[in-house]
Write a protein that binds this ligand. Sequence first.
Ligand code: GLN
Length: 467
Amino acid sequence: MTASTGAAAVADRIERSNARGLNAVIAYDRGILLAQADARSLTTGSGPLEGVAVAIKDNICTLEYPTTCASRILDGYRSPYEATAIARLKAAGALIACKTNLDEFAMGASTEYSAFGRTRHPLDPERVPGGSSGGSAVLVADGAVAAALGSETGGSVRQPAAFCGIVGIKPTYGRVSRYGLVAFGSSLDQIGVFGRTVDHAARVLGVISGRDGNDPTSADLDPLSPGESRTDLSGVVIGTPREFFPPDLDPAIQAACDRAVQRFRDAGASIRPVSLPHTRLAVPTYYVIAPAEASSNLARFDGIRYGLRVSHPGADPAALYRATRGAGFGPEVRRRIILGTYVLSAGYYGKYYQKAQVARRLITQDYQQVFRGPATPDGVDFLFTPTTPTPAFKAGEKVNDPVAMYHADVFVCTANLAHLPAVSVPIGRTSGLPIGGQILAPHFEEAGMLEVARHLERLVDATEEAR
Ligand code: GLN
């Protein structure tokens, strides 16, 4: 198969997914996709992702398409440069398939808060695909592309991966350059990867990872290479943190996790119950720190420099800012900016923002005490948890109840707060809806984590109903 026929097949599948009304795509042009394949076929390229079409969340800057962040405030904006992750994908032979739908500025857990309308779950159009990287997850789950990029500030790759029954990797903070990723919460943000299999996602992560002089937070490390492959899991210690298995956990999710744990044991791993006592602080801590950082990062969208400008009477710049920001930002983004400004304001800074920093440190220390390390030789190598407390929920169910929406992040946002790598792998179904299991690892231990994920993928039948 030539790159061009491969690209035409991808184009057909994207168009079929659009025709089904999944609304996973913000920008796509068949001609742009086929032209990339034609250009590759003129070279003697044989990159590690030669001819592989990758869908891109629309908060990552590309030259092929505008970058909207699913917000009206970026109407008419075109990035003058492309993200490092995009440049690396292209250098590896990959094709940029399209730009995908998301919650506006990646704020949300359902892909309902998009200026382009909500994205639908591929197995049940009444349900949400998760978010905020819902469009990327749907295109992979629907079979349109083998892999896609998303972004993670508080679970936005793992949670939609779990809802859609695919693999989602959130790398260690610093593993992947964020140059060209539109900033949301800078102490949390990281580009992540979706794949139909662990292998697909890992191959893409290998290409986009590694040091980048354009991003001062990128770690001074070589691109991730696949770890040694283990024939079994003997000698591996996997911790199950009790705070992630509350008594009111959805029984099917509990059953799927129990089954996965049993398979880990069968493969030679030892399983150890552990405690991460500050987990209950994670959602409130995240929802102080992420909005605080967002309120600062989003100050740049002022009607002067990017995208939308709402004309206003007179020459008062403050009136222009107000009119533009009032018209350009949707309700959830406005809520975050107000929340974030409040927790940073004089008089409340100590009460909220500083307290959240203390809680973040306690959450991080929980992991340091549980994982094996020089000071903790008896610690565990990895942790296993459910990715989400419920399967994909119905559209409209949480969209007017922000606190309920925020609780969808309960099992995913600690990894972002503690800068840890984590991966969600499909481990079963409940009434036909996918269930995800999460593996967490110490900083920069992605290679081992993905090896355990490959075992999990082989050991469980993800299409089997859990009861
Ligand atoms: N649900 C989280 C939020 O709304 C996750 C966001 C993300 O990871 N981009 O902030």
